[in-house]
Design a protein around this ligand. Structure first.
Ligand code: TYD
Length: 404
């Protein structure tokens, strides 16, 4: 039994996926020395945090060859422009406002504050991605965030009005150290806001592909509230976001006597109604996941048996869990179309499906497309009108397999 990374209590296993390759570990060529680790999600009944039982060293995931670039989706660009506007509205009336973003990626959010001349620091440990942010005019500190980095920023720039992070908190194993850093860096009346895939959505939709090496934690309001208390902070608001298959933006302040929005108690009640505060809430999850994998694989095999070809759409990190757990490889999928230049002509981790440019998808005459980037379904279906007009169908699988 593994120990909770937040409170050191014993973690109860929710779902063991077995051997997995690194989710963003795209290969230049198929090789036999690919790195694998044991992917297991577990639940801590004491601090209520769902988490990976075994983790991969950050250097194995976030290195100079990191392939996750935020600005590959028009919808995400719009989302982060709105997030920047919200932050701007919160800080603009303050005297010399200062904003810090953890994991600023290519600057998709901060570049909007650059153009509004807001003093800021973006923290980004992946060199290649940090370079992209710099090209967007972002002031980048190329490092991991912890107590030391927080102290360095405070010495150089003062305390922050806002510390934000999108799809980053769930990546950081030593969250206690991050929260200590946040407490050092944040002004007394400052706000920490972060968003990550929301546990309630994952459990409701059985969207198990959110579980992979980079996502060490799967946050609920219940677990974030406990985490906040541990660091003398308070969860003051929760706003659901329709991105990454269902995310939650959590707002935290220092102390324990802040005004708390009603949405916090509403979400906490919904989470309790699903039993996410006890292991019972997670007992059906594995069965649901196995049922989806079984039905999806059968559907793909039926299509192949009928002599048709299937391609994938979006070489997402999350698809590494789906493809490897359900054992969907080149026997079923010819290639995966992706618009990220650095992924094209590489092979997906573990199952080694080739990645091809979107031009190849457009020129192809296949009928079936497995929508691996299902979180961008609306954007992709709107974009692929020609494919749909010639009879092309998309296959999706959460909460059940649908071919439409
Ligand atoms: P993303 O949504 O970031 O998921 P993950 O966090 O699991 O990696 O990844 C989307 C992937 O899909 C990314 O590689 C870019 C690709 N993509 C396309 O190829 N075309 C598109 O129209 C969109 C929206 C994404």
């Amino acid at each position: 039994m593994s120990k909770c990374k937040i409170c050191n209590d014993s973690v109860m296993t929710v779902i063991p996926f077995g051997r997995m390759p690194i989710a963003n570990g795209f290969l230049n060529q198929i090789s036999s020395d690919e790195y694998f680790y044991e992917l297991i999600a577990g639940f801590c009944p004491k601090c209520l945090m769902v988490q990976l039982e075994k983790t991969v060293a950050p250097e194995m995931m976030f290195n100079d060859n990191y392939h996750f670039i935020s600005s590959t989706s028009a919808a995400m660009s719009q989302h982060f422009s709105e997030m920047a506007e919200e932050i701007y509205q919160t800080v603009s009336s303050k005297e010399s406002p200062f904003v810090v973003e953890l994991g600023c990626n290519d600057g998709i959010m901060l570049k909007h504050l650059v153009s509004k001349k807001i003093n800021h620091v973006g923290i980004e440990p992946s060199k290649n991605v940090a370079e992209l942010a710099r090209k967007n005019g972002v002031n980048v500190l190329e490092n991991f965030f912890n107590q030391d980095t927080a102290a360095e920023i405070t010495d150089n720039y003062g305390h922050a009005d806002i510390i934000s992070g999108a799809n980053v908190m769930c990546h950081i194993e030593n969250l206690n150290s991050v929260f200590e850093g946040v407490c050092t860096l944040l002004k007394e009346d400052g706000m920490l806001l972060f968003q990550d895939p929301y546990l309630l959505d994952i459990i409701k939709q059985s969207s198990f592909d959110q579980i992979y090496d980079e996502h060490v934690y799967y946050f609920s309001g219940l677990s974030v509230s406990e985490l906040a208390k541990r660091h003398n902070m308070q969860l003051v608001d929760m706003v659901h976001q329709d991105v990454h298959g269902g995310s939650m933006r959590f707002y935290l302040k220092k102390g324990n006597s802040n005004e708390v929005s009603e949405s916090v108690s509403e979400y906490l009640s919904q989470e309790r109604a699903l039993n996410l505060h006890i292991i019972d809430g997670y007992k059906k999850f594995k069965n649901n996941v196995d049922k989806i994998c079984y039905e999806l694989k059968n559907s793909l095999m039926d299509i192949k048996k009928a002599g048709k070809r299937i391609v994938g759409y979006g070489a997402t990190s999350k698809s590494t869990t789906l493809l490897n757990y359900a054992k969907i490889g080149t026997d079923l999928i010819d290639y995966i179309s992706d618009n990220t230049p650095t992924k094209i002509n590489k092979f997906t981790p573990g199952v080694h499906i080739p990645i091809r440019s979107h031009d190849i998808f457009l020129d192809d005459n296949h009928i079936y497309t497995l929508l691996l980037a299902w979180n961008h379904k609306r954007e992709i279906i709107n974009k692929e009108t020609d494919y749909r007009k010639r009879g092309g169908k998309f296959i999706t699988y959460f909460p059940e397999v649908v071919i439409e």
